[in-house]
Design a protein around this ligand. Structure first.
Ligand SMILES: CC(C)(COP(=O)(O)OP(=O)(O)OC[C@H]1O[C@@H](n2cnc3c(N)ncnc32)[C@H](O)[C@@H]1OP(=O)(O)O)[C@@H](O)C(=O)NCCC(=O)NCCS
Length: 146
């Protein structure tokens, strides 16, 4: 598995995964903006150069925010999400960040389980933060020291 910088050329593949794993996916514009803003945009690919997943992280003064992380549906539950999260934690540490924070939909049981087992704790709740089918959904804010 190789972690490398995401480029514009990856966005077709990234969007194809994004649209299958999220009910409310990021758009092409969201990913292009993230690249233009020089966020930490990484893709995770196999030795055969198959796109397995990706992550987008923003670095602030001493705090990083994980804005998106996903593993292709066919590759989930093989420990790759945890590996990719660990890579992003290491990257944040490399940039001398002191904390990694993120927001997750309250219904996203698998992501919440991953984050909790990776040492993230709850740091807040944003009520009705996300659009959802038939209404709105809370965001759980989580974070961990680095
Ligand atoms: C969240 C996501 C990245 C996890 O990737 P993954 O490769 O399937 O995860 P892993 O195989 O590394 O599993 C790590 C842990 O996550 C949790 N987990 C993953 N899938 C789960 C599921 N379907 N149900 C419950 N827990 C789950 C478990 O705690 C698991 O640890 P375990 O295998 O020791 O029980 C993946 O499910 C995904 O891409 N989801 C869609 C995008 C998304 O929701 N991103 C997060 C936005 S905040």
């Amino acid at each position: 598995m190789i972690l490398r910088d995401m480029t514009e050329a990856d966005l077709g593949g990234v969007l194809a995964i994004e649209r299958t794993v999220h009910e409310h996916p990021w758009t092409l514009g969201n990913f292009s903006d993230a690249l233009r803003s020089k966020y930490q945009c990484k893709v995770y690919e196999s030795a055969a150069q198959e796109l397995i997943g990706y992550a987008v992280m923003m670095l602030a003064v001493d705090e990083a925010e994980l804005l998106d992380i996903a593993i292709a549906s066919s590759q989930q539950r093989k420990g790759l999400g945890r590996k990719l999260l660990n890579e992003m934690l290491a990257l944040a540490r490399h940039h001398e960040m002191r904390r990694l924070v993120l927001e997750v939909r309250a219904s996203n049981i698998s992501a919440i389980a991953l984050y909790r087992s990776a040492g993230f704790g709850d740091i807040g709740l944003r009520r009705d933060y996300y659009p959802a089918h038939g209404g709105r959904e809370d965001a759980i804010l989580m974070g961990r020291g680095l």
